[in-house]
Design a protein around this ligand. Structure first.
Ligand SMILES: [Zn+2]
Length: 259
């Protein structure tokens, strides 16, 4: 059996058999994998702290013939206590974890996506505005997964988006020009386009520093949900959970302007 050590973000954790847990991790060098933590639910386990969901861990796994790895060691690097103490920050972190889980196949290495989500978790743990952290990370992850939002062209006819006034956002495809826009498409005002352009080029350690009005953040959130629903064919679990509990955005940051 091969032994592999990697820095891992634990995406999901669930009880398995009497004393074990099954988890889905995303390693910096090995991408997504499933693993069993044997004996982790017994009181003497030394693995417990390092295999909780939404924890950054230095993990050693054994790879055998099965695609299910066995965890040999897990030393927690960061627990993100401020994420855990707040429902919205927990939900946002879980939504980003779901994106890594749903948008990449097992053993498909994506070190940039890994680093981006680790930076987003740090920003959430520092208490930066959760919707702004989430939305900027969302569009950057979609780009890395091959679903980049093209703000330059109409997704229906290919014309330059600015060529016709009042472009819109179509749930199924993205931005559409004013000529192609039909009832049911959302507005895509210049403030939204400017926000998305800035978020898309933001360096990962600056996530959460591009803010906007409550109405703008709500519109961006609707567009993000429509976009991932269209590309995945379903809404990830943490997205559904947050939609049920949040109602209007709880913490959209200051009403106006950027920091
Ligand atoms: Zn068009």
């Amino acid at each position: 059996m091969a032994e592999v050590r990697d820095r891992v973000l634990v995406l999901r954790h669930r009880p398995y058999r009497e004393h074990d847990a099954l988890l889905v991790g995303f390693g910096r060098t090995q991408g997504k994998f499933s693993a069993v933590a044997r004996g982790v639910r017994s009181s003497r386990s030394h693995l417990a702290a390092g295999v909780q969901a939404l924890t950054l861990t230095d993990m050693t796994v054994y790879r055998g013939r099965s695609s299910l790895y066995t965890i040999a060691a897990a030393d927690a690097v960061r627990h993100y206590p401020r994420i855990r103490e707040n429902l919205e920050r927990t939900a946002r972190a879980a939504m980003l974890a779901d994106m890594l889980d749903e948008l990449w196949s097992e053993h498909d290495a994506a070190p940039d996506a890994f680093s981006l989500v680790v930076e987003a978790f740090s920003a959430l743990d520092e208490g930066r505005p959760a919707p702004a952290v989430f939305l900027a990370a969302f569009w950057q992850i979609m780009r890395q997964a091959g679903f980049a939002l093209d703000l330059s062209r109409c997704s229906a006819c290919g014309a330059a988006l600015e060529e016709h006034p009042q472009p819109g956002f179509r749930a199924a495809s993205g931005p559409v020009c004013g000529r192609c826009r039909i009832p049911g498409d959302e507005e895509l005002p210049s403030a939204s386009r400017a926000w998305l352009r800035r978020a898309e080029t933001l360096s990962p350690d600056r996530l959460g520093t591009v803010l906007g009005s409550r109405a703008l953040m709500e519109a961006l959130e609707r567009q993000a949900k429509h976009y991932i629903l269209y590309h995945l064919g379903r809404m990830p679990r943490a997205f559904r959970f947050w939609e049920q509990v949040s109602g209007p955005l709880a913490d959209a940051g200051p009403e106006e302007g950027d920091r």
